[in-house]
Design a protein around this ligand. Structure first.
Ligand code: BES
Ligand code: ZN
Ligand code: ZN
Length: 462
């Protein structure tokens, strides 16, 4: 994708934003939100994107409009587009316009014979944008698309070792340190939970750690940790038809972490971040872990397995304990497609936020509002933790209350037990990571890449 900045538009396809009732008016086009209309002037195609009332124009509206506009441009098979912001005010959210175009142009066409048009270049026509900032926006969007590709790819292609290979490749290219623990290391170090989840599969588990050190003198290090179940069959608690088909998306947390690391390495902020991906294939098979058995975590807590389908919290628990010991992070954010319950609570456009730290909650919430990767905070009350105590081990992996009781908050309460006194936040992206409906603006069909922009925005604020 080529990107340039210019003061006047040169390309014969243009995206233009129009507020409602803007003058001069365009016949039969009101400028309502979500309205797109293409007008031709000779060979010139002008794609007008409605953004509604001027007083309501936000980054969110512009991002979505740009995405819809660029989708129209691709539909008419044009590959090069000028985003024409000529005459727009200094406050116009040009970053959101660029983001919308870059994110909206994404399509996972690898397995389609007809791949459709692909966006080849963008010219951003603006008095106010700078090339270095625009490149930064593009690096983040490319990283979102990278995460989307990882999630959309077949589970038979992206198994734990294949994911680790992607991570190693990325780290080498951008000079970050990458450590990969294989199944023997995982066993030797005593990560009994990650081992248990992975042991039913011919694709063994991995723990990947990538270090970005932009401020080597500082001891401030943030850990971002992703659930990386490359396929969640449910294990012996096998998922039924209707729930299992999309479970290649269960590594979307790990993909978002890798995407965020990719973005950081591209524009090099002065911060330190370790990205951890806890990877396993939750399979049903001869060696698969049994419901009812007890396993010992890396931090020596014992866990009774009530459901082999509540596996995400198990792989996160070991990743968090290990990461705390090795890197001593001052804060931890985990991202996970953890519970179906969060879809019941918040649907598919908002993710659940759970934390033991007020400031972390506030910073993440604000990052969600800015990026439109929105979060809503849930409580972590004592009774949720209480319901995760086992009668014959330290913890259970599902609540002892009736089946399905508050699964998102009790799942989070389980993970909290492994964060200790480290400020920690958990983001449940089970609803937002994978869109089974058709594209909606910058949110494509299938993998959404949710979390990459959220994490990057958050990390730039700390
Ligand atoms: N990977 C699933 C959660 C999920 C559901 C992700 C839908 C994406 C879309 C997770 O491992 C799971 O199965 N969770 C169980 C937990 C329960 C057994 C406590 C769930 O939500 O039903
Ligand atoms: Zn599961
Ligand atoms: Zn899962």
């Amino acid at each position: 994708m080529k990107l340039r900045i210019s003061k006047t538009a040169h390309l014969s396809t243009r995206l233009l934003f129009r507020a409602k009732n803007a003058k001069p008016s365009i016949p039969d086009f009101e400028g309502e939100k979500n309205d797109i209309s293409v007008r031709y002037d000779g060979t010139m195609a002008l794609a007008y994107c409605g953004i509604g009332k001027t007083s309501d124009v936000t980054g969110r509206v512009v991002r979505t409009a740009a995405a819809k506009g660029v989708q129209k441009v691709l539909e008419i098979k044009r590959a090069d587009v000028s985003i024409d912001l000529t005459g727009s005010s200094a406050g116009f959210p040009w970053r959101a316009a660029l983001e919308g175009a870059l994110l909206g142009a994404y399509k996972f066409a690898k397995y389609k014979s007809d791949k459709g048009a692909v966006l080849a270049s963008i010219e951003l026509v603006s008095e106010h944008a700078t090339l270095s900032e625009a490149r930064q926006v593009a690096a983040v969007c490319e990283s979102v698309n990278f995460a989307r590709d990882l999630v959309n790819e077949n589970a038979h292609v992206i198994f734990p070792e294949a994911f680790a290979k992607e991570a190693r490749f990325l780290a080498r290219k951008s000079r970050m340190k990458c450590t990969v623990l294989n199944e023997k290391d995982i066993d030797k170090k005593g990560m009994g939970l990650l081992k248990a989840v992975g042991q039913g599969s011919g694709f063994p588990p991995r723990l990947v750690m990538i270090e970005y050190r932009g401020n080597p003198k500082s001891r401030d290090i943030t850990a971002i940790i992703g659930k990386g179940i490359t396929f969640d069959s449910g294990g012996q608690n096998l998922k039924p038809t209707g729930s299992i088909e999309t479970m290649r998306c269960d590594m979307a947390g790990a993909a978002a972490v890798l995407g965020a690391m990719r973005a950081l390495s591209a524009f090099k902020p002065k911060i330190n971040v370790v990205g951890v991906c806890s990877l396993a294939h939750n399979a049903i098979g001869r060696e698969a872990y049994f419901p009812g058995d007890v396993y010992t975590a890396y931090n020596k807590k014992t866990v009774e397995i009530n459901s082999t389908d509540a596996e995400g919290r198990l792989v996160l628990a070991d990743a968090i304990s290990y990461c705390r010991e090795v890197y001593k992070p001052v804060r931890i954010i985990d991202l996970a497609t953890l519970t179906g319950g969060i879809i019941t609570a918040l649907g598919t456009t908002v993710a659940g936020l759970f934390s033991n730290d007020k400031r972390l909650t506030e910073l993440l919430f604000a990052a969600g509002e800015r990026t439109n990767e929105r979060l809503w905070a849930f409580p972590l009350y004592e009774e949720f933790t209480e319901s995760m105590k086992s009668d014959w081990a330290d913890l259970r992996n599902t609540s002892k209350k009736k089946k399905g009781w508050a699964s998102s908050v009790t799942g989070a309460a389980f993970i909290k037990e492994f964060a200790g006194d480290t400020p920690w936040a958990h983001v449940d992206i089970a609803g937002t990571a994978f869109n089974e409906e058709s594209a909606e603006g910058e949110i494509p069909q299938f993998a959404t890449g949710f979390g990459v922009r959220l994490l990057v925005d958050f990390l730039m604020q700390i």
